[in-house]
Design a protein around this ligand. Structure first.
Ligand code: DX5
Ligand code: ZN
Length: 216
């Protein structure tokens, strides 16, 4: 199980300290939520902030782009230091092309699906994706409630990945907690994103261990 804490719930005025605390707590990934106020009803940060974070951290930057037409900015996010770039299927007219752009830019390609978006929409892309992100809330805000049908979606995606003979990771994002972490990893989730259920409960090393224990 990989835990990717979402910086959306961190202290934005102390991002350097937050990133260092995650690293000291033994985490390897960090989830960066980019929102444009158009694809989702909220605005966060973009490449300049990620570049500033990159200068302070060696964590694996898992960048979740909740922006319209993300192909316009792939090179910028890669240059800023994104290790993985996850775009929404709903935001791309030419999704296959955008995934190729991500690879060309030197980052790992991933696609996110809103709760209602069928898995069929990414079926043919699975072999070329490093990860698929199943949104388990409607994106835009932290602290929302997990939408239960997303658990079945994870099971179906796992079967699709197996059938394709691929090694694509499954990530889940939204409403993840100590209460559902085990069910999710048993259903096939490889990467848990957690915002409010992680950052509200320091020290981070103990919280990370609590997530690991919950999944064991
Ligand atoms: C929501 C973001 C999430 C968010 C999750 O649109 O994509 O990454 O930070 O927050 P929690 O874990 O609080 O649901
Ligand atoms: Zn996210």
């Amino acid at each position: 199980m990989i835990l990717s804490p979402s910086m959306l719930s961190s202290d934005f005025a102390n991002m350097e300290a937050e990133l260092k605390a995650l690293e000291a707590a033994g985490l390897e990934w960090v989830h960066l939520d980019v929102m444009d106020g158009m694809f989702v009803p909220n605005i966060t940060f973009g490449p300049p902030i990620i570049k500033a974070m990159r200068a302070k951290s060696n964590l694996f930057f898992d960048c979740h782009l909740m922006i319209n037409d993300p192909g316009r900015y792939i090179a910028d996010f890669a240059a800023a230091g994104a290790d993985l770039i996850c775009v929404h299927a709903e935001a791309c007219t030419h999704l296959e092309r955008v995934c190729a752009q991500i690879v060309e830019a030197g980052a790992k390609p991933a696609v996110a699906l809103n709760p209602h978006t069928p898995l069929e929409s990414i079926k043919y892309l699975i072999p070329q994706l490093h990860m698929v992100l199943i949104m388990s809330v409607n994106p835009g805000f932290g602290g929302q409630k997990f939408i239960p049908f997303c658990l079945d979606k994870v099971r179906e995606l796992k079967a699709m990945i197996r059938a394709a003979g691929a090694e694509t990771l499954i990530q889940i994002d939204g409403g993840v907690s100590l209460d559902n972490a085990r069910e999710l990893t048993q259903a096939g989730v490889d990467v848990l994103v957690s915002g409010s259920a992680f950052f509200k409960f320091p020290p981070y090393g103990e919280r990370y261990k609590a997530f690991q224990d919950a999944c064991a």
